[in-house]
Design a protein around this ligand. Structure first.
Ligand SMILES: [Zn+2]
Length: 610
């Protein structure tokens, strides 16, 4: 049947977003230039004001301190808008050269702001608790007490300010540069790949996309080529990994931080006990994961499950949704939980906060960026009329809602950690997928949806856990010296064996060079760039499960919880708004069992369709 093609041609194209009302004329906008020039002037003034700030916080200095802190915050918010706007410009037009130049310019200003940030936190650390508490009780800063006190606490855990300043400067070429070198190594790899009698030159990213092919021989050939390509670069990648890891550990040693998890846990405002409780609960899902994969193997007609089978598609979901229909569906499914969330999403769609049009020259992927100063957001995506696009729209509208409930919160208290950043987006996704599942009757469509739902916990509980185990083992060995390339391979296979618990075929199922092929291991902005994904998914799942039980009565509590995500630790958010203790097992046990609740249905459906 080709009703799909007929339908697809009648589908209205997705709309373009409104950037004109932010600054008219794109990256070349005069208004935008004036806005940036003003920030530059104000940053210079702030630098001078900082130099004059009394270093001792006596009662007479308090007003001057408050004034400076508020100006620092105001500049942060203005820089946020400057950056978001140019990000929108270069995303909708990747060859916007002026936009790219401005992007670099704004980043330089943000670096200046960060220098002020560092100076300020060092100053905070020097004040007595008594003086500090008095300052924080001032009504002008009481709402940003948490982020300011966090700055002070973090500064106290660091080295002397002049050493920190030196470390920061050295990190540009001595630390972050390793990540850039890795990008170069990865970017320069091209592989000849033959498909349907045609040989194409592919990047490693394109080659990796072949792991999603329904044809197993393509997935397998792509994987073999992928490992070969990385094998030829593995010695270089091993050096990059060892040197940046060594830099990090030296810094930690001088800051007297005992564990390599200290920094990532601080970044996520999380305790190690919480992380351990989460992984402990995750381990209990392995039998369910095995059951799911056994059924999937049956469906795929394979007896050995390999790395490249993880994303093999099953079932079919060919329904087309226009952008308008997708928007209507998202609004409808949200309305059954919260009128306010539905109204917000409708408003965002009507006011053209979403860039959805499918046209050449746009960047890949999707994001939601806050324009806090204007109390707005913008969502970037390329809408493709399919189910995946609809869930992406729901996901990004969740981010926008999160920013919306924080619109009247002072800027510094709107910054939430990565582990909480996906709460509202995953919540929306779960809502839309669950609703779609209820409406679907065709077994093939149902299979695809269930598989899509289950791929998430499978990936987050096994694949991400393997990354975490690898990182932990790598840092433990790196503390004693350089870890050779073949040892990295070994550590990776050991991590995969433990995390996948026998799901991957023992002889050919592992991806031993995963440590080299995965960008996240080389990401210097956030070490251990893995567990926040699992955390975010399970936290959102736990919140979603609560919402399913309590219904509309939970909506105001949900909103209040999101509002506090930038004003307290993750454990405090959970305690205050969900009444749960994240360091204990019960929340996690419920969250993990909820996330695998469709395994039995999937297995039964597989059996009935075979
Ligand atoms: Zn997201």
């Amino acid at each position: 049947m080709d009703t799909n093609t007929t339908l697809a041609t009648t589908v209205k194209p997705a709309p373009r977003w409104d950037l004109e009302s932010v600054f008219p004329g794109g990256s070349g906008s005069t208004e935008y230039k004036i806005f940036r020039d003003k920030i530059r002037v104000d940053l210079d003034k702030a630098k001078k004001a900082f130099a004059k700030l009394p270093t001792k916080l006596a009662p007479a200095a308090e007003a001057q301190w408050i004034k400076f802190i508020l100006e620092f915050q105001r500049l942060g918010e203005h820089l946020g808008l400057a950056r978001s706007f140019v990000l929108c410009c270069i995303s909708e037009k990747v060859n916007d050269e002026l936009g790219h130049a401005i992007f670099g310019e704004v980043d330089m200003m943000i670096a200046d702001w960060s220098t002020l940030h560092n100076g300020l936190e060092a100053l905070f650390a020097k004040q007595s608790d008594k003086q500090w508490d008095k300052l924080m009780a001032n009504s002008k800063v009481v709402q940003i007490k948490f982020p300011l006190s966090e700055m002070r606490m973090l500064a106290k855990e660091k080295m002397a300010p002049e050493l920190e300043a030196l470390a920061l400067e050295l990190s540009v070429n001595g630390y972050h540069a390793w990540a850039r070198l890795y990008d170069k190594i990865s970017g320069e790899i091209t592989v000849d790949f033959e498909e349907a009698g045609k040989v194409e030159k592919l990047s490693v990213g394109q080659l990796q996309n072949k792991f999603n092919s329904p044809d197993r021989s393509i997935r397998q050939r792509a994987f073999v080529k992928f490992e070969e390509a990385w094998s030829s670069r593995a010695t270089l990648a091993a050096s990059a990994l060892n040197y940046q890891g060594g830099f990090r550990l030296s810094l930690y040693k001088n800051r007297n931080w005992k564990s390599p998890l200290h920094e990532p846990l601080r970044m996520n405002r999380l305790q190690e006990k919480t992380l351990n409780a989460m992984w402990k609960a995750v381990a209990t899902t392995l039998p369910a994961m095995k059951k799911y994969i056994e059924a999937k193997k049956k469906l795929l007609g394979i007896d050995k499950f390999c790395w490249y089978d993880q994303f093999a598609p099953v079932g079919k979901f060919e329904a087309r949704f226009s952008f308008e229909e997708a928007g209507d569906l998202v609004v409808k499914h949200l309305a059954s939980f919260s009128d306010e969330m539905a109204e917000f999403s409708r408003m965002a769609l009507n006011n053209r906060w979403v860039e959805g049009e499918d046209r050449p020259g746009k960047a890949d992927g999707g994001f939601c960026t806050g324009l806090n100063l204007l109390k707005q957001s913008r969502i970037f995506m390329t809408y493709a009329d399919d189910f995946g696009s609809m869930t992406t729209l729901a996901h990004e509208l969740g981010h926008a809602y999160h920013q919306w409930v924080l619109k009247d919160t002072p800027y510094l208290a709107t910054e939430y950690p990565m582990g909480l950043a996906e709460t509202a987006s995953i919540f929306n996704e779960l809502r839309v997928t669950d609703a779609a599942l209820k409406e679907v009757t065709d077994p093939q469509q149902k299979l695809m949806l269930l598989d899509q739902i289950l791929q998430q916990p499978f990936s987050l509980f096994c694949n991400i856990y393997a990354r975490f185990l690898f990182d932990r083992a790598f840092y433990a060995e790196r503390q004693k010296g350089v870890v050779g390339r073949s040892r990295l391979d070994e550590l990776m296979v050991v991590a995969q064996k433990e995390a996948f618990a026998g799901i991957l075929d023992p002889t050919e199922g592992h991806h031993r060079l995963f440590w080299a092929s995965k960008l996240h291991f080389f990401y210097t902005e956030a070490p251990f760039y893995n567990f926040p994904y699992t955390f975010g998914y399970l936290f959102a799942g736990g919140v979603y499960e609560r919402a399913s039980r309590e219904g509309k009565a939970f909506a105001p509590k949900y909103r209040a919880m999101l509002q506090d995500t930038g004003s307290m630790t993750t454990e405090e958010v959970a305690k205050k708004h969900l009444g749960v203790n994240l360091t204990r097992d019960d929340f996690w046990t419920a969250a993990v069992s909820n996330s695998v609740r469709y395994v039995d249905e999937f297995c039964a459906l597989v059996n009935s369709t075979m």
